[in-house]
Design a protein around this ligand. Structure first.
Ligand SMILES: [Zn+2]
Length: 1012
């Protein structure tokens, strides 16, 4: 019944649409606008055109711009490489074939030039293809110089008239990027054909684009992932009846998150696209995706909009987005819309490179089939629903082809290019104005600058943060002398506590000043790319009352907080008068300060310390378990003491790590223990590899070796201790359940899903992992092996969903996970507090630490085995019984003297509840003090929890343990509620993981036990 109903809806829908189309008037044009019609004089490639028609499943899934292909005598069509037309069923080219075609075009047409823009992590090439008139391509450098003046208005002294003169001459650059998301497969063929059309078509509509602007195309952004995806598709074609493996790896490290890297710029693809965008001084970055029917232009999505976006840009988004919908509606193409539900808050998306660099960011979601098969596609009601922003929604059910998708992508892009060209003077002027408003920021909304002091104890992390800004094309300066700035007064809602009388209560506190030493870094806001620096370094606030209830991605990211380095937002304009020098390369102070036989390196929780441990494998390194002083210098807990190393060896090892070593006359009298290079395994599932991919890239960048093994290998390795000291089990992602980790993918039916290189799939494995069948999970053998590993002295480290997993299999007694009722912490920066400074896991950390939290599990502790911890509310729970007196009084009993009430043991929310003698009596479940969980960091109090982003219902997790070390058997399970290693943005919490590794055999150091 239901199926019939749906089918009839589908047929009716199609008929209605056809009827509508038959009466639709020809596209109405504005004054002086060029008609989107082909040049009648130019011959058409009939064979190619016939195939376009054949592969388009409905006459209304195309447009007059792409329903034909102009013929050329000398320029090859995509068929030359594909063997069929772009978007043909069954054909998905490797990146290499796409490049081959682009280079054929370059050879045959003076309108095409191919540029190499860098390599991927696996060494594959990335390209950008420029298509424009021969004259424009000849004058690229001259034009770039013009655009550079608009991009940096300081070069023309912010002279608007000069800008107008340049705007009148300059040729804008519109940059299109394809298939960053590997299962979204249509863009490369669409872009091959688009390049051909732009180079060859003589219709006035296309000629205007060619002559008026430069279209720059990176047809494949995620090249490593593209080749894997094509492998899978080929496997599917040769095993048509089998299920094919899901694309578990895209790039070497991450999957979908490759489109969340535009803040940290950790991935090569981001860096290469950013350099191309900034290097070409482009005006637009238009990124192609495929997950929504049929074309969702989420150039401008829903609110909230990113706070650092210029209003000029938001107007451009609306202009371009709605015009695009209108143009395609006129063609009679259904399912084209803008606005949608995506919020525009996070600047992590690739397209946001443009939004944060004074350009225009754009993104299409078209409809892809995840391959080149033509498939019946049935939509969900919310997908075909008519809404105010989608008045002509997609149809409930259609037959959909890759060619349909290519038609939508090309039509959208061609109308966009044409509209952009027609209004290019406006958009060029806007790009200048946005840059000018970035330069004049200090005198407008502010701030004047951000300052990073030269005496930050985390010099190497500070340098890393500054390098991120440099990758973002931000200019960094250093003060040549010490300077003082006035800091703004923090407004406080509460009356001043220190006020002596009412009058003083009304007078605001005096502004404070701060002196920064010579050499401090100044990120001036009077520069063209101040916007991105401001967006990364400032704080974010997402109101719990915001009408947007489903944030699309992270809500907070403040880089200074997440890197654990000091960043001061300075509004005092005098900071711009400080004498400075521009910094080309950032070098943290490093080296050995004298000769000695023993050297000390202070521990400030710098990840570089772990790099050093592995680098100097033959050197004896001890960690001081207490702070000490030597030669007037103070060293914190965990400081390294090195022997058997010469000054020059040590100097070589630390000079590029941003570490400083000091000779000490003798070993300090405090207790020490060896810091050993632990043998580390990093475990992944075959469910998802992305969250752990961010851990891998962090470890690889720090040159810390590890074995990369799957849960299947854990299941097969009965003696894990023989190989490893520490097993890291990073988050699986998507809040994976313990049963999913154990069971894996369903294997009671279907066929094996191999992930390995074969003649059909030569690119699948790369340097990652392989298996004959992705389906089996950790299994119960794996659980047993992990239990044995910890029991025999191994250290297991888990975070977020894998912490839940470890707890659910009973690996860490005395810790439980509570269920959140109202809590909503969506990718936010939260405050944590140091609880146990003596734990090696805390070495180098201060009292306060900011961390990334995404609804991270709420840990509660119990001193009784098997008992669920609960939130103790102290006095409220053990309030006095009903009786005489006030709340604080003691009751009485008439006729006898009162009895003394013994004091209740009190424990804070993050602590192990203490046990009374009564509770201890013959209680074999009572966990002995040495076996109880040791809390290293806890979440801050409710009021101090939010650092950046959205924290709603934070009281539920406030004060609860955030990092816990649970002694289990002879080993330890170290549980994280925060995610300490995330998207290259959380360097400040890396050392929690690295400290665990370096001190794996001394995690109990400094532990103070409860009396009972
Ligand atoms: Zn996508």
């Amino acid at each position: 019944m239901i199926r019939n109903d749906k089918a009839s809806v589908y047929i009716l829908g199609s008929l209605a649409l056809l009827l509508f189309l038959s009466v639709a008037p020809a596209a109405a044009l504005g004054d002086g606008e060029t008609a989107p019609t082909r040049d009648a004089k130019q011959p058409v490639d009939d064979v190619y055109t016939a195939k376009i028609k054949k592969y388009t499943t409905q006459p209304f899934f195309t447009s007059p711009l792409v329903d034909y292909l102009p013929a050329s005598k000398n320029v090859p069509t995509p068929e030359a490489v594909l063997g069929d037309v772009a978007g043909a069923p069954g054909i998905l080219p490797y990146a290499e074939d796409v490049y081959k075609y682009m280079r054929l075009l370059e050879k045959a047409s003076p309108c095409v030039k191919v540029f190499s823009i860098g390599k991927t992590e696996e060494g594959r090439e990335m390209i950008a293809v420029a298509v424009s008139s021969p004259e424009n391509l000849k004058n690229l450098e001259e034009n770039r110089a013009r655009l550079a003046k608009l991009a940096d208005p300081r070069t023309i002294k912010l002279d608007d008239e000069e800008a107008d003169r340049i705007v009148a001459q300059a040729v804008p650059v519109y940059y299109i990027t394809g298939t960053i998301h590997s299962p979204e497969t249509g863009a490369p063929t669409a872009l091959m054909e688009l390049a051909y059309r732009l180079a060859v078509d003589e219709s006035p509509y296309i000629r205007e684009i060619r002559d008026g602007m430069i279209t720059l195309i990176t047809p494949v952004v995620e090249v490593d992932g593209r080749d894997r995806m094509v492998d899978i598709y080929r496997w599917h074609l040769s095993h048509p009846k089998d299920f094919y493996p899901p694309l578990i790896y895209w790039g070497k490290y991450v999957a979908h998150d490759n489109n969340r890297d535009a803040m940290g710029v950790t991935l090569k693809l981001t860096e290469n696209v950013l350099n191309t965008y900034v290097g070409w001084k482009a005006q637009v970055l238009h990124d192609l995706h495929e997950s929504v029917p049929y074309l969702y232009d989420n150039t401008a999505g829903d609110g909230p909009f990113n706070a650092w976006v210029d209003p000029i840009l938001t107007d451009e988004w609306e202009m371009i987005g709605w015009r695009n919908v209108s143009d395609m509606t006129k063609f009679g193409m259904p399912g084209v819309f803008t606005h949608g539900v995506f919020d525009t808050w996070s600047p992590g998306y690739l397209m946001f490179i443009a939004a944060m660099h004074n350009g225009i960011s754009r993104l299409y979601e078209t409809f892809g089939n995840g391959g080149a098969d033509t498939l019946p596609r049935t939509l969900d009601p919310e997908e075909y629903a008519r809404t105010w922003y989608r008045q002509n929604p997609p149809l409930p059910k259609v037959l959909w082809s890759q060619r349909d998708n290519n038609n939508y992508e090309q039509t959208g892009l061609l109308t966009s290019l044409h509209y952009f060209n027609e209004n290019k003077r406006l958009f060029l002027k806007n790009s200048y104005l946005k840059a000018k408003r970035s330069v004049t920021k200090p005198g407008a909304e502010g701030p004047a600058a951000y300052v990073l002091p030269s005496d930050d104890p985390r010099a190497s992390s500070e340098a890393e943060l500054l390098r991120v800004l440099q990758k973002q094309a931000v200019e960094i300066s250093r003060a040549t002398a010490a300077f003082t700035v006035t800091l703004p007064v923090k407004k406080s809602a509460k009356p001043r506590k220190d006020a002596k009388d009412a009058k003083e209560k009304d007078t605001p506190p005096a502004p404070t000043t701060r002196e920064f030493p010579a050499g401090s870094y100044i990120v001036r806001m009077d520069q063209p790319y101040s916007r991105i620096a401001d967006a990364l370094l400032d704080y974010q606030y997402w109101s719990p009352d915001d009408p947007q209830k489903t944030p699309y991605d992270d809500t907070g990211w403040t880089f200074g907080e997440l890197f654990g380095v000091q960043v001061t937002r300075v509004t005092d304009p005098k900071v711009l008068d400080v004498a400075i020098e521009r910094v080309k390369e950032i070098h943290a102070p490093a080296g050995v300060s004298g000769d000695g036989t023993i050297y000390a390196i202070n521990n400030n929780a710098e990840p570089a310390l772990a790099t050093l441990r592995y680098k100097l494998h033959d050197t004896s390194i001890e960690a001081a378990e207490e702070p000490f002083e030597s030669g007037g210098k103070k060293f914190s807990r965990g400081s390294f003491l090195l022997r058997n190393v010469t000054r020059s060896q040590l100097n070589d090892a630390i000079s590029d790590l941003g570490l400083q070593a000091t000779p000490v006359s003798a070993m300090p009298s405090v207790k020490t223990h060896p810091v050993r290079a632990a043998r580390v395994a990093l475990v992944h599932t075959w469910l998802s590899t992305q969250a752990e991919g961010w851990w891998r890239i962090a470890f690889d960048n720090l040159s810390i070796p590890y074995d990369y093994i799957s849960t299947q290998v854990v299941a097969k390795t009965s003696d894990l201790n023989a190989k490893y000291d520490v097993i890291l089990f990073p988050p699986v992602g998507f809040f994976s359940s313990p049963t999913a980790i154990i069971n894996g993918l369903p294997s009671a039916w279907g066929n094996p899903l191999p992930w390995k290189n074969t003649p059909e799939t030569p690119n699948l494995v790369g340097k990652n992992d392989s298996t004959d069948d992705m389906r089996p999970g950790l299994g119960w053998e794996g659980v047993a092996n992990l239990q044995n590993f910890v029991a025999k002295g191994g250290v297991l480290l888990t975070a977020t969903d894998t912490s839940r997993f470890a707890l659910s299999i009973g690996l860490a007694d005395g810790v439980s996970v509570g269920n959140a009722q109202k809590m909503k912490i969506v990718g936010s920066v939260v405050g944590t507090r140091l609880v146990d400074a003596a734990s090696p896991i805390a070495y180098g950390y201060d009292e306060k630490l900011s961390a990334y939290c995404d609804n991270g599990p709420i840990f509660s502790l119990s001193s009784v085995s098997g008992a669920r911890g609960f939130r103790r509310l102290g006095g409220e729970m053990h309030s006095r019984p009903t009786g005489r007196g006030t709340a604080d009084d003691q009751d009485f009993t008439i006729g006898r003297p009162g009895a003394e009430v013994p004091e209740e043991p009190k424990a804070e929310i993050w602590e192990n509840p203490l046990l009374t003698d009564e509770q201890l009596h013959n209680n074999f479940r009572a966990i002995p003090p040495a076996n109880r969980a040791r809390v290293i960091f806890r979440y801050a109090d409710g009021k101090e929890l939010l650092i950046s982003g959205l924290v709603e219902g934070g009281e539920e997790i406030a004060q609860h343990a955030a990092v816990v070390d649970v002694p289990t058997g002879n080993g330890h399970v170290v549980l994280f509620s925060i995610n300490p290693v995330y998207r290259g943005e959380t360097r400040g919490t890396y050392s929690l993981v690295l400290n665990t590794i370096l001190n794996f055999d001394n995690l109990n150091a400094g532990r103070k036990l409860a009396e009972k």
